[in-house]
Design a protein around this ligand. Sequence first.
Ligand code: HEC
Length: 157
Amino acid sequence: MRAALPLLIASGLLLAACGDDGPTPATHGGAPQSTASAEEARAILAGFGEPYLSADIDQGRQLFRRCAACHTISEGGRHRVGPNLHGMFGREVGTAEGFPYSPALQSADFAWSTEELDDWLANPRTYLPGNRMSFAGLRSEEDRDALIAFLAVETAR
Ligand code: HEC
């Protein structure tokens, strides 16, 4: 078993190196989010297709903690530092009512789809330059797929 130790250390380092430099996860309370049943989630994700249909929603739920400091997702949830994201798929960028968007988001012209969201989450800074979302981005495609699947389900209900 001697060889296993350096391997463990190496993989630990690798994991640490892969962590992105986003803000620390939200630790404050807040109302618990209701969660969809597995059937409900599958029915919603069927409309989105792969890779979201087979993405790991629980992984997405964990990842959403990084967003929750600034965003709520439930219907009628209040704006925090960022806008409430309920119903965001298919919605024109920068149009959640009552949120003071930056000119960058106000002047952008598209509706949120999984593709747009994937690009945004990979690197918010370069995707819509001048925006005010201070989040470094999720480099892992698997993480983005999981988070987008979670959002697709939880912002739709
Ligand atoms: C530090 C706070 C912060 C964090 C963390 C954060 N956001 Fe944001 N987000 C914002 C702000 C502020 C805006 C509005 C930016 C602007 O107007 O330029 C925004 C905008 C958005 C929008 C556009 C919404 C719309 O109505 O067009 C989406 C989608 C979004 N964020 C998703 C996420 C997701 C998913 C995460 C987690 C991976 C996340 N954000 C993390 C602050 C944050």
